[in-house]
Design a protein. Structure first.
Length: 328
C-alpha cells in the first residue's frame, strides 16, 4: 500500500507519520503533501529526510492507495473527491464529511463494519466523540436513556496554535484574542468551544450528539453536556453520567465486567488513583476510572484519552489499516 499524508507538517500530520513508522502501511515510504506555504520543507521519517510536496492540480495521485488527510475542512472538501476519482481511499480527520449520509464515520473498536470497500471517503470523528464512545459502546447493552458527557478539552484540540498560546502565556507572554482562543487559557478555563446555536449549544457539544448517533446507529440516543477548554497541553477528559429508566443494583458489576474486556480501553479500578491527562499523554488507549453507581438508576465514570493520538492521528491510521485489510 502506498500512503500519502496531506497536511504532514501540522501537529496531527506529524503524529500520523510517527505512527506509520510502526504500521503495516509504512512498508512503502509515504508521500508528504501540503500547501504551498509548507511545501519544500523536509521531515525526518525513519532514517530518511522526506520532501514535502505541494498539493496542487499538477500533483500525480494515481500511484497512491490511501490518503490520510490532516489539513482542515476546506482542503478536504476540495481534494478528497479528487483523490477518490484517482482511485485513492481517503481517511479525513476534518469535520467536512462526518455527517454526510454517504460517508462512513468510523471508530475501529466501535463500528469497524462501516469501513467500505474500494476508493471512498471515510471520516474520522471529532476527538471527544472518539474518546467518549470507546468507553460508552461497551455499556450500551445496559440501555441508558440519556448520556451526559461534560468534556475538559486540552489546547491540542486547537492544533499548533492552541499549544503555542498556552506555552506563550505560561512564559508570561501576552494573550492574543482569537489566536486561537477567545479568552486567556493559562490559569483559566472556559465553557465555549465553537459557535453557539439558537439553543445555546456549541458546535463542539452538538458534534458529540450527532456523531454518536451516526456511529452507534441510534437516532434516539441523547448525549448532552458542556464542553470546556482547559489549560492542559494534551489529553481530553470526560465526566460521563448515564441515566436509566429502571433501577438495577447489579448494573455496576455488569459495567465493570464489560469495561475490563473492552478493546482500546484501560480500566483503572482504584478510586484513589483515577486517570489523569499528565500521565496519559502519548498512550494509545483510552483510560476509564472512577466507575460508580451513585444511585441504582445511574452510572458515572471518568474517561481520559490523548486527543492528538486516539482522538485524531491514531484513529485515522487505524481506519486506514482496516481499509487496507479489506482491500489488500
Amino acid at each position: 500500500m502506498k500512503v500519502a499524508v496531506v497536511g504532514a507538517t501540522g501537529v496531527v500530520g506529524q503524529e500520523m507519520l510517527r505512527l506509520l513508522e510502526n504500521s503495516p502501511l509504512g512498508e512503502s515510504t509515504p508521500r508528504l503533501l501540503a500547501s504551498v506555504r509548507s511545501a519544500g520543507t523536509h521531515i525526518r521519517w525513519r532514517d530518511e529526510d522526506l520532501l514535502v510536496e505541494v498539493l496542487d492540480h499538477d500533483t500525480v495521485l494515481t500511484d497512491l492507495d490511501v490518503a490520510l488527510m490532516a489539513a482542515g475542512s476546506e482542503t478536504a472538501r476540495i481534494w478528497a473527491p479528487q483523490f477518490v476519482k484517482a482511485g485513492v481511499a481517503v481517511v479525513d480527520n476534518s469535520s467536512a464529511y462526518r455527517l454526510d449520509a454517504e460517508v462512513a464515520l468510523v471508530v475501529p473498536e466501535v463500528n469497524p463494519e462501516a469501513v467500505p470497500r474500494g476508493p471512498a471517503i471515510i471520516a474520522n470523528p471529532n476527538c471527544s466523540t472518539i474518546i467518549l464512545l470507546l468507553a460508552l459502546k461497551p455499556l450500551m447493552h445496559l440501555t441508558p436513556n440519556r448520556v451526559i458527557a461534560d468534556t475538559y478539552q486540552a489546547v491540542s484540540g486547537a492544533g499548533r496554535a492552541g499549544l503555542d498560546a498556552l506555552e506563550r502565556e505560561v512564559a508570561g507572554g501576552e494573550f492574543r484574542v482569537d489566536d486561537p482562543f477567545p479568552f486567556p487559557i493559562h490559569g483559566n478555563l472556559f465553557p465555549s468551544i465553537g459557535e453557539v446555536d439558537e439553543d445555546g449549544v456549541t458546535v463542539e457539544e452538538r458534534k458529540m450528539l450527532d456523531e454518536s448517533r451516526k456511529i452507534l446507529g441510534d437516532e434516539d440516543l441523547i448525549v448532552q453536556g458542556t464542553c470546556v477548554r482547559v489549560p492542559v497541553a494534551r489529553c481530553h477528559s470526560i465526566a460521563v453520567t448515564m441515566l436509566f429508566d429502571r433501577e438495577d443494583s447489579k448494573r455496576l458489576d455488569s459495567a465493570l465486567a464489560a469495561l475490563r474486556q473492552a478493546p482500546g480501553v484501560i480500566l483503572e479500578e482504584d478510586p484513589q488513583s483515577p486517570p489523569t491527562p499528565g500521565r496519559l499523554s502519548g498512550v494509545h488507549e483510552v483510560s476509564v476510572g472512577r466507575v460508580r453507581a451513585p444511585s441504582t438508576d445511574a452510572l458515572q465514570m471518568w474517561v481520559v484519552g490523548d486527543q492528538v493520538l486516539k482522538g485524531a492521528a491514531l484513529n485515522t491510521v487505524q481506519i486506514a489499516e482496516l481499509w487496507s485489510a479489506k482491500n489488500g
